[in-house]
Design a protein. Structure first.
Length: 351
């Protein structure tokens, strides 16, 4: 096709830029929930309450008891590439869930977002953004922490709205996001409620766990995966070349017909990664028939320099500097634990 005039290069306006970024960050209601709950966790919340209506299409509200945002910082929190979590000079050293400063401006570009917050030593205040337009900061009533309320997600991008699945399917995805984050943070209390059609039903609830990290995780996994899992789970703790794997993996006898109960975390972040799930499968290869799948919640932790979390805007993909080490650790660590458990079982029988 032949151009009939010279193309003009223009700088996109902030609204358009935010809508484009939002397309990557906010695919569906569950991604908005993920961003808001991660913000609450980064703020040091001990309790997080999530309320969703109509699969998140009409309402997503996340309330936390974290550090809050001072009134004068509210407009900044909603502007693009503004973050309190990194200073930009060290992208290799990320210890928070967030760091891109894109979630809130993106949400404000594709829905109507109200942020109400109270930081220590400040009055509570709120700010609204819709269609990318910020309101003035106004006084509000709130005791502590932050409430982020997102209404009418994708009202500004009807094409995206059309791609959403049923309310039920979207709610399922929201629940999955909350459960994964609840596994990653067993000391934090979570509730998820469905406020569709006026009344509010609790969908999921996990009270803050106590004890050491393994105890807390075990308790949290019992809440999320059931007592059966907890009773059939092997404690996993292995290290190789600077990467530690910890968590729980179920005995082969407690497997599933689909790979739906495999939860993997890298430096505290829930990830979906083929390399890691492939390693999990390989570890159980000798113990499970082809149509059975292991159940596990495994945490890989290493120096942030050994893994890049900046691969995808939703941050659910990671890249290890040395993928072989991660894979080897999973395979050998789990095989060792399974072999030991098998040995224990057979010596118990022998006695
Ligand atoms: P990021 O999380 O990548 O920094 P966001 O757009 O998600 O970017 O948030 C921007 C900033 O707003 C955060 O860096 C943080 O300072 C502040 N913020 C957002 N949500 C909360 C919250 N729930 N509690 C306290 N501060 C928050
Ligand atoms: Mg964030």
């Amino acid at each position: 096709h032949i151009l009939d005039s010279q193309p003009v290069i223009r700088q996109l306006d902030e609204g358009a830029i935010n809508r484009i970024a939002a397309g990557e960050v906010v695919e569906r209601p569950a991604s908005a929930v993920k961003e808001l709950v991660e913000n609450a966790l980064d703020a040091g919340a001990t309790r997080i309450e999530v309320t969703v209506a109509d699969g998140g299409k009409t309402l997503i509200r996340v309330a936390d008891d974290g550090c809050g945002i001072p009134p004068e910082a509210l407009p900044l929190a909603l502007s693009r590439h503004a973050t309190s979590k990194i200073d930009g000079s060290d992208l290799l050293n990320i210890h928070s869930f967030g760091f891109r400063g894109e979630a809130l401006p993106s949400l404000g570009a594709v829905g109507r977002l109200t942020l109400t917050s109270r930081a220590k030593g400040h009055e509570a205040a709120e700010i609204k953004v819709s269609g990318g337009q910020l309101s003035a900061v106004k006084p509000a009533a709130l005791n502590k922490g932050t409430v982020a309320e997102l209404r009418d997600l994708f009202y500004a991008t009807p094409a995206r709205l059309k791609f959403l699945r049923t309310d039920r399917a979207e709610m399922q995805a929201v629940t999955d996001v909350i459960k994964r984050l609840a596994m990653a943070e067993p000391f934090v209390g979570f509730t998820l409620s469905d406020a569709s059609g006026g009344d509010t039903r609790t969908i999921f609830r996990a009270d803050p766990e106590s004890g050491d990290l393994f105890d807390a995780l075990h308790g949290r996994l019992a809440t999320i995966l059931g007592r059966d899992f907890a009773e059939n789970a092997l404690k996993i703790d292995a290290t190789r070349d600077g990467i530690r794997m910890s968590g729980y993996a179920a005995l082969p006898t407690y497997s599933r017909g689909a790979a739906v109960a495999q939860f993997l975390f890298v430096n505290g972040r829930p990830v979906k990664d083929k390399l890691l799930t492939g390693a999990l499968r390989a570890a159980y290869f000798d113990y499970l028939s082809r149509d059975r799948h292991p159940v596990a919640a495994l945490f890989l932790d290493c120096d942030p320099q050994l893994v890049d979390v900046n691969v995808h805007p939703a941050k659910s993909e990671v890249r290890f500097r040395d993928p072989g080490t991660a894979r080897g650790l999973i395979v050998s660590g789990l095989r060792h634990a399974l072999a030991e458990a098998g040995h224990r079982a057979s010596t118990t029988v022998a006695h």
